[in-house]
Design a protein. Structure first.
Length: 157
């Protein structure tokens, strides 16, 4: 039996209940902190217009097929201060090209450019590439009849 000299502490003042509640409570606090961090740092790689972009794939595929039927290809030269594109195949009458540069990871680095013609099938613009590495490029003419899509690597300067 219990000795009258020993007094029982309430359960919340004893060691074992506090020890056993510590780990689940720590997991709940860590989960709440993780949820708050995830809500404040939403991913930028997921597009909000994924449905419209999915529908546009068919149109882009048709433009790419037109470029292949015309026998068009592009050679891209990215130098320290210029971006030059040589179009091989059909001779182009267009005075400029529409170019869309996309970085695979950082959408804030994406650029839309108009490259003027400087020679026969050669288009160039002054541009300092903001980041070395892999880039995706989309090249269209002014009539929007064809499109060349490819990737290229910007070297370290």
């Amino acid at each position: 039996m219990l000795n009258s000299k020993q007094t029982l502490k309430p359960w919340y003042k004893q060691f074992w209940p506090c020890f056993l509640f510590f780990f689940p409570l720590t997991a709940v606090v860590a989960g709440v902190i993780t949820f708050i961090i995830a809500q404040n740092n939403s991913p930028v790689l997921v597009s909000g217009n994924y449905y419209k972009e999915g529908l546009a794939i068919n149109v882009n595929k048709r433009l790419q097929d037109n470029a292949m039927a015309l026998g068009l290809s592009a050679k891209i030269i990215a130098k320290k201060t210029t971006l030059t594109i040589h179009i091989n195949g059909l001779e182009l009458d267009s005075p400029s090209l529409f170019v869309n540069l996309q970085h695979p990871a950082f959408d804030e680095l994406d650029k839309q450019l108009i490259l003027p013609k400087i020679a026969k099938n050669v288009f160039q613009t002054p541009l300092a590439m903001p980041k070395k590495g892999k880039w995706y490029i989309s090249i269209k003419d002014q009539t929007n009849e064809w499109e060349i899509r490819q990737s290229f690597v910007v070297p370290r300067f």
